[in-house]
Each structure stands twice: as structure tokens, then as C-alpha cells.
Design a protein around this ligand. Structure first.
Ligand SMILES: [Zn+2]
Length: 244
């Protein structure tokens, strides 16, 4: 089973993206991706509407689409919790904070509610890392990861390009931190993650539909991975983490 652990639906005025349902399903079919974890982009002013679209798409494609909550944390606590609870009731499996796209570092007071929601609803938290330094440095998450050792935290993009080494260090120091590898520059960095922390905390993700095949190739070009490690990284790690 192949699980894309990082996908979006709808529009984004921060990064100028738009992903339609047809595009998402079409690329999944083309790349042989069985299931995708899907969230709104950080640059949307209709989070609830996109959450509804994700839920509708999940109903239309049973077992293939799973929702992730993404709400700009610069809103009132009650409004945040209300929308998060509504998503949980629709079957959503994780909550996301995008320090750059939401303009909210994980150290900010407003970010507290993201981690509080994760604890209340027992969900993993995805934190965007990489593009947007310094507030998106992987190490910024360490105090929260240590304060909430029971919380599972995914570093989306695992620091991307130049900060992947730092993401690896953070994951080595914090056993509750997972690495999702979209935009990590090269296969040898992914190989190093797996060697350092094991395939059980490393997972494939692509972020955009036309990046799916590219990200899968990054794993498949590593000829030293065992079949078990490959299966874990391409699907089993995410399946277990998001309880699919
Ligand atoms: Zn993304």
C-alpha cells in the first residue's frame, strides 16, 4: 500500500497553487498511490469549505482520501476548536501548522491551540519545515516535542534541501518526531534518515500532485533498502501513524 502523507486540495494565495479533485485523483492513479492525506493549503480564506470538499472527496473515494485539519491559528481558541472538532467528526486524522503560510511560528502563543487540539483529539501534528527559515527550522520544534513526549510530530519536508541534516538530528533526539520527505534534495539524505532513526519514522509525501512520481523515485532509486524498509516508508509508517 502506497500512502502519500502530504497532499492538498483547493487554492493557495500564499504560494499560488491550485489543486482540483480530478487532478489529485488522476495523479494518484497514474503514480499508483493508493491513499493520500489531504489538507487545505495555508493560503486559503475558506478553510471550512475546503475541509468539506476533502470530506466529500473521501466519501466519493472510500479508503483513498483522508483529511488533515489546517486552520490558521491566528483565530480565537473557541473557533479553532469548533472547526477542529467538526473535522474530527468527519474522520480527519491529523492537524497541521504551517509557520510560514500561517505566519505563526510554533513558538508563538497562538500556536498553543494547535498542539492543544492534537492532545484533545489524539491526533498527530504536522509542522512545515524548510522554506521560511528561521521560523521553520526543524530545531524550533524541540521544546514542544520534549514538553509533549506522547504527541506524535511530523516534520513536513524534513527540513527540505539544506536543513535535512538538522531535521535528522531533531528526530534522533526526539523519539516522537517523524520525518516526511517531500522536497528533501537527494536520495542519500533519505537513506541517512532511515539509517539514523529507522523506517518506522520516515514516510513518503509529495505536497503537490505532479511531484508524486518524483518523490517515489527518490525512494526507489535507493537500491540498499530492504523490501520491508521500502514498504514502511512508502505506506506502512503513515498507515500506522494516521490509523488508516
Ligand atoms: Zn504542503
Amino acid at each position: 500500500m502506497i500512502v502519500d502523507s502530504h497532499q492538498h486540495l483547493g487554492g493557495c494565495f500564499v504560494f499560488d497553487h491550485h489543486v482540483s479533485a480530478e487532478e489529485l485523483i488522476g495523479y494518484m492513479d497514474g503514480a499508483g498511490v493508493d491513499a493520500s492525506m489531504v489538507m487545505p493549503f495555508p493560503g486559503t480564506d475558506e478553510e471550512a469549505g475546503v475541509h468539506d470538499q476533502i470530506a466529500a472527496l473521501a466519501q466519493k473515494h472510500p479508503g483513498r482520501i483522508f483529511g488533515m485539519i489546517s486552520i490558521n491559528p491566528h483565530c480565537g481558541r473557541d473557533a479553532y476548536m469548533r472547526e477542529a472538532e467538526r473535522c474530527v467528526k468527519m474522520g480527519f486524522r491529523a492537524v497541521k501548522i504551517h509557520p510560514l503560510g500561517h505566519a505563526c511560528p510554533v513558538t508563538a502563543k497562538d500556536a498553543d491551540k494547535v498542539f492543544e487540539a492534537a492532545e484533545i483529539f489524539n491526533l498527530p501534528v504536522l509542522v512545515h519545515t524548510g522554506l521560511g527559515v528561521p521560523m521553520t527550522l526543524p530545531s524550533v520544534i524541540v521544546p514542544r516535542a520534549r514538553r509533549h513526549p506522547e504527541l506524535k510530530i511530523v516534520l513536513s519536508h524534513a527540513g527540505a534541501y539544506v536543513y535535512s541534516g538538522e531535521a535528522e538530528l531533531v528526530a534522533k533526539e526526539c523519539p516522537n518526531v517523524y520525518l516526511e520527505t517531500s522536497w528533501v534534495g537527494a536520495p542519500h539524505r533519505v537513506r541517512s534518515f532511515i539509517k539514523s532513526i529507522g523506517a518506522g519514522r520516515v514516510m513518503f509525501g509529495s505536497d503537490l500532485p505532479d511531484n508524486m512520481e518524483n518523490e517515489l523515485t527518490k525512494y526507489r532509486s535507493i537500491k540498499t533498502l530492504s523490501k520491508e524498509e521500502m514498504d514502511m516508508c512508502l505506506g506502512e509508517t503513515a498507515r500506522e501513524l494516521f490509523r488508516l
